[in-house]
Design a protein around this ligand. Structure first.
Ligand code: SF4
Length: 325
């Protein structure tokens, strides 16, 4: 069985696979754990402050719960300093860390150097990673189809769209098995009639820690037809090589690229309103100012803190937003 290596956010996973490792997205094992709040408590008991993002604390707890992870690729630029500090606490206790940085200004040479460096550190080459990219193109195209079926043919729910796209950061640790899961899902929805939800919503921002968000939105007669960051995780396979693919990924660079992407998709998908999800104590909250200024549709800024079901106030705000639309 391939050795596992933790990742704290989306990185060029093709390099990890080419090096013979199994990527494990720490966010995914945190949020799909049987008891995510318990993992947050592990970090707090270790001394993490109450006012630290729960994704960071949850990732720490997930590593502690899964001791088979003894190597992590840490994004030192293009993610967040909280995650970096979390990884440093693990390094302090002997964890092997491989740094990877995204250039703020999308500098091609910088990114290429970072990819080369990571490939070298993991014992592989960019050529081998390019080979892995080719192997994954079919799966990435299926995810594109899944996304299109969500907004164009309206046969996929916002939650289903979220699940498949967000899982593509590490392909649930097994690309082959994950592709089979996607194929089975396509068979399952083959006869599904278009979903009758009138209000079309977009979801921008980091993936939510809230477990019942999509279900509640649907209960109230709306549907998420655009998951911004999750769609970015799935990547555009029709890019010019590995470098092109990770340059067209908007999330780790400046907000301008993200806004352009959101505006384009909002228009294309007939999105009537956008929920901008922000995580408590996350620097992305500040970007809400730019997002609100830039979009032509109403924006509801929704803050989530602890993993689990939404509180009454958050539910009420979503309900009022849908009613207003
Ligand atoms: S939500 Fe924000 S603070 Fe938390 S891990 Fe993600 S980028 Fe960092």
């Amino acid at each position: 069985m391939a050795e596992k290596i933790g990742i704290t956010t989306t990185i060029p996973v093709e390099i990890v696979l080419a090096a013979g490792f199994t990527p494990v997205d720490l966010n995914n094992i945190f949020i799909t754990d049987s008891d995510p709040p318990a993992l947050v408590r592990v970090a707090e008991q270790r001394g993490y402050p109450g006012n630290t993002c729960c994704w960071v604390k949850g990732m720490y707890g997930a590593v502690k719960k899964n001791p088979y992870i003894n190597k992590i690729i840490a994004v030192t630029q293009g993610d967040c300093t909280n995650t970096l500090a979390m990884v440093e606490t693990l390094q302090h206790n002997g964890m092997k860390i491989f740094p990877f940085a995204y250039p703020f200004d999308k500098d091609m040479t910088f990114l290429s150097d970072q990819m080369q460096k990571l490939a070298g550190a993991l014992g592989t080459t960019i050529e081998a990673a390019e080979g892995k990219r080719q192997e994954l193109i079919n799966l990435r195209k299926k995810l594109q189809t899944l996304d299109r079926l969500t907004w164009e043919e309206n046969v996929i729910t916002g939650q289903e769209n979220h699940y498949y796209l967000v899982s593509s950061s590490d392909f649930n640790q097994d690309p082959e098995k994950f592709e089979k899961e996607v194929d089975d899902f396509f068979s399952e929805i083959k006869e599904r009639a278009p979903l009758k939800k009138n209000i079309r919503l977009g979801f921008a921002g980091v993936p939510p820690v809230l477990s019942d968000l999509y279900r509640f939105i649907e209960e109230k007669g709306a549907r998420v037809v655009f998951n911004e960051v999750q769609r970015q995780f799935a990547m555009n396979p029709e890019c010019d090589g590995l470098l092109g693919q990770y340059l067209s990924y908007t999330y780790p660079y400046d907000i301008k690229g993200r806004i352009e992407d959101i505006k384009r998709e909002v228009k294309k998908r007939g999105v009537q309103g956008v929920i901008h999800y922000v995580q408590s104590f996350c620097h992305h909250q500040i970007e809400d100012i730019i997002l609100r200024d830039s979009l032509d549709v109403p924006v509801l800024t929704l803050e989530g803190d602890k993993p689990g079901a939404m509180d009454a106030r958050t539910r009420l705000r979503i309900e009022s937003f849908i009613e207003m639309l």
